[in-house]
Write a protein that binds this ligand. Sequence first.
Ligand code: DC
Length: 208
Amino acid sequence: MSRPPIIAVDGPAAAGKGTLARRLAATLGLPYLDTGLLYRAVGRRVLDAGADPRDPAAAASAAQTLTAADTTRADLRGPDADRAASAVAAIPAVRAALLDFQRRFGAENGAVLDGRDIGTVVFPQADAKLFVTASPEVRARRRFLELQGRGQAAEYETVLAEIRARDEQDINRAVAPLKPAEDAKLLDTSELDAEAAFQAAMRLLGRG
Ligand code: DC
């Protein structure tokens, strides 16, 4: 029997990767891992300890002692968690600690993983790679509506500024920066709703 596939879904914040990757996993019968949650959980642990998420020692220690339970906390979304996750994600020791976790997750039963560096670093030999993008304005609009839906106060302009700041940090960091793998298929969801994005992704994967 052939090995179950690894499907990498990378792209910037709020491009629609999570919704898409979750549905691909369910449709293809594969386990799903939102790798951003790992960085969020590390960031949250550093904040809990009263430390600065940019502090390499504090962040590395939080990553090395991360448990599965940390990733199911209810407070991993929102502006503080966004900023803390982006800061710890720039620290090489944090990325190294989380690399094994991600590889082990996919090793046995295959997986759909979404993140920033799945196709470039975590699984360069992935069976299929998608790079999902949308314009910053569209992504900010989606994130703004999501925050509103959760009853959190938000202003569109602030959300847009945060999205741009996170892009900047994710793209320009020295280790595993956000960029498409050379063999990734690009999917721009600026003009697509979730259903259309799913159909387009299935076609790109040769399954549509
Ligand atoms: O996808 P997300 O917004 O939940 O990701 C949170 C942060 O973690 C984001 O700033 C980028 C970082 N991240 C990363 O560096 N590598 C990954 N594989 C996933 C997320």
